[in-house]
Design a protein around this ligand. Structure first.
Ligand SMILES: [Cu+2]
Length: 146
């Protein structure tokens, strides 16, 4: 009888743990890279963000120990001139993938503190409106990368 109770308790505990784990990764980050900018203390990070949850994911900020500031920007051509717009927050709809790519969305790092050698990686943390955080390492690629 005692053995049976122990088993039931363990099984409950196991299902609780797997339930919690299934909830964790709502935002999947792929293909994160940063373009090397020799002689400059700013650099742009590109990546793909996929919302795997059934609710909108709202990114409210970015932090990186490699830079004094990290902000979400979008490059747009306005009246023939290239301009950058800053995002206070970025909303990713359920099931949607948002691509940060050259000429469009990027994470702007400024006040770089780290040596940006090609093949090194730059750690980033995306801050979500619900208090969640998602970490990623962006691979440094040469200036010519696209
Ligand atoms: Cu920018």
């Amino acid at each position: 009888m005692n053995k049976l109770y122990t088993c039931a308790w363990l099984c409950l505990a196991a299902s609780y743990v797997s339930g919690a784990m299934a909830q964790a990764p709502v935002l999947i980050i792929k293909d994160a890279w940063v373009r090397q900018t020799p002689g400059s203390d700013v650099a742009a990070v590109y990546l793909n963000l996929r919302n795997t949850s059934a609710r909108p994911v709202i990114v409210i900020g970015v932090r990186s120990p490699a830079a004094s500031h990290a902000t979400i920007h979008e490059t747009a051509v306005v009246g023939g001139q290239s301009q950058m717009r800053m995002y206070e927050k970025l909303i990713i709809a359920p099931g949607q993938t948002t691509s940060f790519a050259p000429g469009g969305l990027h994470i702007m790092l400024s006040g770089l503190k780290q040596n940006m050698s090609v093949e090194k990686s730059v750690p980033l943390v995306l801050l979500l409106a619900d208090g969640g955080q998602v970490s990623v390492a962006a691979l440094v690629k040469p200036l010519t990368a696209y």
